[in-house]
Design a protein. Structure first.
Length: 128
């Protein structure tokens, strides 16, 4: 099975030795996104809500570059430096996703790159 590297300037550039996403067949594996503004590569300001929205916007941009949409997400992993923010993830996620929701995990971590409070990665399946 051939793999295709997915890249878009509508999401932050990779800040390490990884691709924004890799498509293998009809499955797309999105790398973790932190709340960086793709234009400035700076962490967004405005608190946890702004960070969560930026992460979803970044995932959306990479999903679209792969030929899909957020609704194609089958698995979402959420990493938070403070699990008390999880209700905010749920509330904001409802702005980006409709039922049926993807499978999801939420993991508390000690730290994230660039001082971010949230990071998410995802797996998409394209087509039916």
């Amino acid at each position: 099975m051939a793999k295709q590297i997915i890249s878009t300037d509508q999401a932050p550039k990779a800040i390490g030795t990884y691709s924004q996403a890799v498509k293998a067949g009809n499955t797309v594996y999105l790398s973790g996104q932190i709340p960086l503004d793709p234009a400035t590569m700076a962490l967004v300001e405005g608190g946890i809500d702004a960070q969560i929205r930026r992460v979803f916007d970044n995932l959306k941009a990479v999903s679209e570059a792969a030929g899909g949409e957020l609704k194609d997400t089958v698995k979402l992993n959420v990493f938070l430096t403070d699990l008390s923010h999880f209700p905010r993830v749920n509330a904001i996620m409802a702005e980006y996703f409709a039922e049926p929701y993807p499978a999801r995990a939420a993991i508390g971590v000690a730290a994230l790159p660039r001082g971010a409070s949230v990071e998410m990665d995802a797996v998409l399946v394209l087509g039916d």
